[in-house]
Design a protein around this ligand. Structure first.
Ligand SMILES: [Zn+2]
Length: 208
């Protein structure tokens, strides 16, 4: 499989033919990350059809928002992490970008978009006060914000997986708020609605 890179650092990988694992020179055994693809409904449907983790999309989509790409991590089996990028109007900034990641523990894709050198949030997160509560599949999901200077980073757990929401610029942190509702488009009822989503140009942030 060409173009697979480290989910943590985007570095080149040693393929499994060598020792049975995808290996990054900096991070050792890692989950391989596929190239980002645009947000057309068939790309989202394809990601959803082969994912072991939720593929979260805001629904209903806030006015003026579009899907600007999807990217998955995993070898030959089901995806172990999926990131969906969204672009919309900000309150102060002209544009806000939001990347939503669902992942298994230890993958590190969310942390990489958050600009953090770790894979998973530390246990200290749960000792902090909850910052906001979004809805995932109709379930209230508390999120904690992590201190990152140039972007807003929220993390929590939804459907047994890590949920990361990362927004740029940091001044638009309020894009993640108590009325934000995410649905898992792996569910057929939601997959049918994908065709109605607006699609934007592929996000350079997602693709990098
Ligand atoms: Zn790496």
């Amino acid at each position: 499989m060409p173009d697979l890179v480290c989910a943590r650092c985007r570095g080149a990988l040693q393929t499994p033919e060598v020792d049975g694992h995808w290996t990054c020179g900096a991070h050792g055994r890692v989950v391989p990350l596929h190239a980002a693809v645009p947000g057309e409904h068939y790309h989202l449907a394809d990601a959803a059809s082969s994912s072991g983790v939720p593929v979260w999309v805001p629904w209903p989509m806030p006015p003026g928002w579009s899907v600007s790409g999807v990217r998955r991590a995993g070898g030959t089996g089901p995806a172990r992490a999926v990131a969906v990028a969204l672009l919309g109007p900000g309150l102060a900034a002209r544009q806000v970008e939001l990347v939503v990641v669902a992942e298994e523990p230890g993958v590190g894709l969310g942390a990489s978009y958050a600009g953090l050198p770790t894979t998973d949030p530390g246990p200290e997160v749960a000792s902090l006060p909850v910052d906001t509560t979004v809805h995932t599949g109709g379930v209230s999901t508390p999120l904690w914000s992590l201190p990152v200077s140039d972007r807003a980073v929220y993390v929590g757990e939804a459907d047994g997986r890590w949920l990361w929401l990362i927004a740029w610029p940091v001044s638009e942190w309020m894009v993640v708020h108590d009325d934000l509702r995410l649905v898992d488009v792996r569910e057929p009822v939601h997959r049918a609605a994908l065709i109605d989503l607006r699609v934007g140009a592929l996000s350079p942030r997602l693709a990098r």
